[in-house]
Design a protein around this ligand. Structure first.
Ligand SMILES: Cc1cc2nc3c(=O)[nH]c(=O)nc-3n(C[C@H](O)[C@H](O)[C@H](O)COP(=O)(O)O)c2cc1C
Length: 481
């Protein structure tokens, strides 16, 4: 954190809330296997699993979040630094942060280790254990940078080493730090079950199975149907170990279907969450250009997330469209592509800092009240997240985007293609939340959120419209005039 970075922050109505939230410690008991059950989890994702993405995933209903794989030696060389303003904890490498986290996510955060060495894995885990709830061993990454050093998917064919790492982690870490593993399927079911038995015996709390083999590409359909036998097998071993399905899960509704099909305790989502970090919600946000991306950029700025990371993640977002126009989509895409720093996006996302977004995330997480809800096994699902934006904000963002598109004289604009886009979906209708359904984020409605039924969580004041709204570009211009 440089003084320049600190000075960059301007006061915001919610800044004091955010600072107060930073000091608040969330009291949670240690993770148990049950905490890995009945949920939809954010998968570990290098680059895409950045801190703002994890925080938004939690806000929108992810039960637990995995951080990106960090190789043991990398974290061992890093220096831990705390930002006194935001509370962000950065593990600094030579020139930039290798990994960042925030205390608010700690009860839900699984730190993923890349390792091929039990002693180094233990040292790496011990270095971060005060900032996380659990550690996970990556046994599935098929990329050469991982496998050439014996890490990731290479461990699948070196089970003795894999087990020795897990055993060392379990023995060395205090009991309140959960240990888990994420594997891929082996080519044969027999070999997979043999490996699973050994992993379960190593004392893990949870096993995630990415239902692809090492040689399968991301576009190959996940072999989810192989999981049911694995789940039954784990249960037959009589150990309390949760099994998480991973591969091709599209969101909250899809997780229900996959869990029914496989018997898995939970589902974990990567690609769909990379495109839309709100897919953990029963009603994910649509029209991300106006409802989500501005907030994301602001939160990134507030957290001092490296701009290249925020830009990369924002450029991956592609939600469904209900109201958005091709013009606004193109304008946002162009603006992100050309931006070199946060200030370049001020016209589209507003000049303020993102403290408001952060305070809302804190409130959503605190609304879990010591439980690691939300759950997906309820017939009447809870609404996990309070609203991030007001109608005024969304309208202002749409306005700014439309203006930007006009100025850019984009091909879409000149085509006159400003009609509402239809929703393109390759999924069977029953697996997707209809885009027109009510969203827990009433970005397009200023009305307070009224609980649909009695079983929903109490609606925080902020969602009910009682908080001071974030200033919008329109308001600020009016005030300045
Ligand atoms: C951008 C990206 C980065 C990933 N990084 C990791 C990682 O750091 N560790 C890991 O175990 N898997 C990683 N994966 C794999 C995912 O966690 C997940 O296993 C895989 O994408 C299958 O899930 P999906 O079908 O929902 O995408 C990554 C996937 C993506 C798309």
């Amino acid at each position: 954190m440089t003084p320049g970075n600190l000075a960059r922050r301007s006061p915001s109505p919610a800044a004091s809330d955010a600072r107060a939230a930073k000091r608040r410690k969330l009291e949670y008991p240690p993770l148990t296997p049950d905490d890995y059950r009945n949920g939809v989890m954010l998968a570990p994702m290098v680059r895409s699993g950045a801190l703002p993405t994890r925080l938004f995933a939690l806000k929108h209903g992810a039960k637990l979040v995995w951080g990106p794989e960090i190789v043991d030696k990398a974290i061992l060389h890093a220096t831990r630094v705390e930002d006194p303003v935001t509370g962000v904890v950065s593990y600094m490498g030579v020139s930039k942060a290798i990994w960042t986290t925030h205390p608010i996510e700690k009860p839900f955060l699984i730190y993923q280790i890349g390792s091929a060495d039990p002693a180094l894995a233990v040292q790496a885990a011990q270095k971060v254990m005060h900032d996380v709830a659990g550690v996970d061993l990556n046994c599935g990454c098929p990329k050469p940078f991982s496998t050439h050093a014996g890490m990731g998917a290479a461990l699948l064919t070196n089970p003795d080493l894999l087990i020795s790492i897990l055993t060392a982690l379990r023995a060395a870490l205090p009991p309140h730090i959960a240990v888990s593993a994420k594997i891929r399927l082996l080519p044969t079911q027999e070999d997979t079950l043999r490996l699973v038995e050994r992993i379960v015996g190593a004392g893990v709390s949870c096993l995630t199975v990415h239902c692809r083999t090492r040689s399968m590409r991301p576009r190959d359909r996940a072999r989810v149907e192989r999981l049911e036998e694995i789940v039954r097998f784990v249960r037959s071993l009589g150990r309390d170990v949760a099994v998480i399905e991973n591969g091709d899960c599209e969101g909250y509704e899809d997780a229900k279907r996959i869990r029914k099909l496989t018997g898995a305790d939970s589902c974990m989502i990567a690609t769909a969450a990379e495109a839309n970090p709100t897919v953990f919600s029963p009603r994910p946000l649509v029209d991300l250009e106006t409802t989500f991306i501005p907030q994301y950029v602001r939160l990134g700025k507030y957290l001092d997330n490296h701009f290249s990371s925020t830009k990369f993640c924002a450029s991956q977002f592609r939600g469904e469209h209900a109201q958005g126009t091709r013009t606004t989509q193109t304008a946002m895409k162009n603006a992100i592509t050309h931006a070199k720093r946060y200030e370049d996006l001020d016209a589209l996302v507003g000049p303020w800092t993102g403290a408001h977004e952060f305070a809302q995330i804190v409130q959503a997480i605190e609304a879990r009240a010591g439980d690691r809800q939300p759950k997906v096994d309820d017939d009447a699902p809870t609404d996990p997240a309070p609203a991030p934006s007001t109608a005024v904000e969304a309208a202002a963002a749409a306005d700014a985007l439309a203006k930007a598109a006009e100025q850019e004289n984009s091909p879409a604009a000149s085509d006159g293609e400003s009609a509402t886009l239809s929703t393109a979906s390759s999924q069977p209708a029953e697996l997707k939340t209809p885009v027109q359904s009510h969203s827990p984020d009433p970005a397009l409605l200023r009305a307070p959120l009224v609980p649909a039924n009695e079983s929903r969580l109490p609606v925080p004041a902020m969602v009910a419209g009682e908080d001071v709204p974030t200033p919008t570009p329109t308001q600020q211009m009016a005030e300045a005039a």
